[in-house]
Ligand binder design. Structure first.
Ligand SMILES: *[C@@H]1O[C@H](CO)[C@@H](O)[C@H](O)[C@H]1NC(C)=O
Ligand SMILES: *[C@@H]1O[C@H](CO)[C@@H](O)[C@H](O)[C@H]1NC(C)=O
Ligand SMILES: *[C@@H]1O[C@H](CO)[C@@H](O)[C@H](O)[C@H]1NC(C)=O
Ligand SMILES: *[C@@H]1O[C@H](CO)[C@@H](O)[C@H](O)[C@H]1NC(C)=O
Ligand SMILES: *[C@@H]1O[C@H](CO)[C@@H](O)[C@H](O)[C@H]1NC(C)=O
Ligand SMILES: *[C@@H]1O[C@H](CO)[C@@H](O)[C@H](O)[C@H]1NC(C)=O
Length: 531
């Protein structure tokens, strides 16, 4: 077998003409486009049987690899943090919640981020969309952390048309609404009224059109879709008049707009010829929010919980470069794996990062080989509270694991571990998933459309079992987490508690500072760095 190595597309093409059909191994690093959807649920994509139509996502993933044992974090900031650092939150001090607009912190500045590594590998690096990794000082901004260009918003939950974010400013206890949109480091005005899914897609396609194809491209597209507020141009809702629940109908329209956006981005890559050497990754950042139209059916729980509905993510990879297109992968993968995987694809080095928790999973994706990942720490967060109402639990937003919902702090049955089982934590090893403390809203939310009540925001859910401080599930045979088996497998429980114990000893203290009044955007009219 003759293998031709080449460093440049021209040579490759010349050899192909002369030597075709000899196999060709080309060293030219691929363009990498990473599209991250926001709050996109397990049951919200066509190929999982959703009533929502996603023809572009279905078609692109059908030519690639659908990742069906793929995990993300249960929240925005944590998933993005792990994507950018390749490290668990316990190792960056960011294991608790998200970064609220007035909190003075960001992903620690001594963490080397994915775009910096891509840049060192010779890539042009561009980001469009949601950052949410801190912005209290300029050093935290995407343009200071490896991106050549940035167009997007720094916090979360803004209006899709005005690009304004409303948030309480301490100590006034006053809600301020201000613009959150930047081009580079400058406030971007003049985009009022343009729907963000459209706005960001336009910027992405313009970056693609202007890109010099000789230079490898790393493009990170962090869409606002399909996070609440539920806003969408009317034309996208028209096909969904059959959906009675208003939230779900609006959400479905937002998903359709996002699907069109991904279609447009892939088309732009094809039209510019970049596609033939592109790896496109699509991923959600966390499970769907049932309070805002999302669905993770049949999985248990939702966004902000450690149940599968919170952490099992929609994801796929599509590229002409994969060895086994059209396959479904059941290999265990996690969002922290992208950093070593993509830097590996780029032919770069992870030198300069701290100890990574992610694995290079490219061979598992491309060739179907066994995943190097056997274990996955979902999180350990001693300060956890579920801030959204959970049906059937009243205003249990701050229920502590040691009080309500049948959870008692019991150390006695697991005497071999010093891990405090009142702590909200979850860990996975092969098929086993162990949860401790209160994992978050534990309902099985019904399949959309199966109940004829409207406007009840998914509250007619199936009650969870009474919770125990330590719960074990075999999520391979029981992906819905219905059969708790800790009593049958005490040794597995013991091992996993010991693993949690060693992780907790290896974790950084939580960084979650008080709001800083200096964040007030009243003078500048925009959210942004204030220190
Ligand atoms: C703002 O609200 C907090 C908690 O709700 C309260 O402790 C504080 O006194 C309030 N501050 C003012 C200035 O009203
Ligand atoms: C996709 O492209 C079509 C054709 O140019 C355009 O009409 C549509 O608005 C675009 N959609 C998005 C979300 O960018
Ligand atoms: C890693 O980077 C350091 C500092 O930039 C350098 O001294 C070292 O040789 C590098 N190691 C490898 C294996 O590239
Ligand atoms: C165990 O964890 C819970 C929840 O974080 C905490 O309230 C409690 O104080 C901890 N107990 C011990 C003995 O550390
Ligand atoms: C604790 O460890 C000892 C010795 O390793 C073992 O015999 C015992 O069964 C363990 N206890 C539990 C509850 O797993
Ligand atoms: C639908 O609503 C009607 C009238 O409120 C009620 O009688 C019926 O039981 C409901 N069906 C379901 C499946 O909830």
């Amino acid at each position: 077998m003759v293998i031709v190595k080449c460093n440049c597309y021209i040579i490759a093409t010349a050899f192909m003409l002369v030597l075709s059909p000899l196999p060709l191994v080309c060293n030219k690093p691929p363009h990498i486009v990473f599209i991250l959807a926001d709050d996109f649920g397990w049951n919200d994509i066509g190929y999982h049987g959703s009533e929502i139509r996603t023809p572009n996502l279905d078609r692109l993933s059908a030519k690639g690899i659908r990742l069906e044992n793929y995990y993300v974090q249960p929240l925005c900031t944590p998933s993005r943090n792990q994507l950018m650092t390749g490290r668990y939150q316990i190792h960056t001090g960011m294991q608790h919640q998200i970064i609220w607009p007035c909190q003075p912190y960001c992903v620690p500045l001594d963490e080397k981020l994915l775009p910096q590594l891509m840049k060192e590998s010779g890539y042009a690096t561009h980001m469009v969309g949601k950052w949410h990794l801190g912005m209290y000082r300029k050093d935290c901004l995407p343009t200071r952390r490896g991106f050549d260009s940035y167009f997007g918003y720094l916090t979360g939950s803004e209006d899709y048309y005005t690009h304004h974010r409303c948030s309480r400013v301490p100590p006034l206890n006053e809600t301020r609404c201000a613009l959150d949109l930047r081009d580079g480091e400058e406030v971007a005005t003049g985009y009022t009224g343009i729907y963000s899914t459209q706005l960001f897609t336009d910027r992405v396609t313009s970056i693609i059109a202007k890109h010099n194809p000789e230079k490898p491209l790393f493009l990170y597209v962090a869409l606002q879709a399909v996070h609440e507020p539920l806003q969408v141009p009317a034309r996208y809702i028209t096909p969904y008049s059959f959906i009675k629940d208003k939230n779900r109908r609006l959400y479905a329209g937002m998903v359709s707009a996002m699907d069109e956006a991904v279609g447009n981005i892939s088309l732009a890559l094809q039209e510019t010829g970049l596609w033939d050497n592109t790896v496109l990754v699509f991923s959600t950042d966390n499970g769907g929010q049932t309070l805002a139209g999302g669905s993770n059916w049949p999985l248990r729980g939702r966004k902000w919980s450690l149940w599968e509905g919170g952490v099992k993510g929609v994801g796929f990879v599509t590229s002409p470069l994969v060895n086994q297109p059209g396959t479904v992968s059941r290999q265990l993968m996690h969002i922290s794996d992208w950093l070593p995987t993509l830097v590996g694809l780029a032919g770069g080095s992870t030198n300069g990062t701290k100890r990574l928790d992610g694995f290079n999973i490219w061979n598992s994706i491309s060739k179907g080989s066994a995943s190097p990942r056997l274990e996955l720490l979902h999180n350990i967060d001693p300060l956890y509270v579920d801030i959204a109402p959970c049906p059937g639990m009243g205003s249990q937003a701050s229920v502590s694991p040691a009080s309500g919902s049948g959870v008692g702090s019991s150390f006695t049955s697991w005497s071999n571990s010093s891990f405090n089982v009142s702590i909200h934590a979850a860990i996975r090893y092969m098929q086993w998933k162990l949860l401790t403390g209160y994992p978050g809203c534990d309902r099985w939310f019904p399949r959309p459309g199966r109940l004829n009540t409207t406007g009840t925001r998914g509250f007619e859910s199936e009650p969870g079992h009474s919770l125990k401080p330590v719960m074990l599930f075999d999520v391979e045979v029981d992906p819905e987490e219905r059969h708790e088996v800790s009593d049958q497998y005490p040794d597995v429980v013991d091992d996993l508690l010991r693993r949690l114990d060693s992780y907790v000893k290896d974790s950084k203290p939580i960084t979650f500072p008080d709001d800083d009044p200096g964040c007030d955007p009243v003078t500048t009219g925009a959210w942004g760095p204030w220190q």
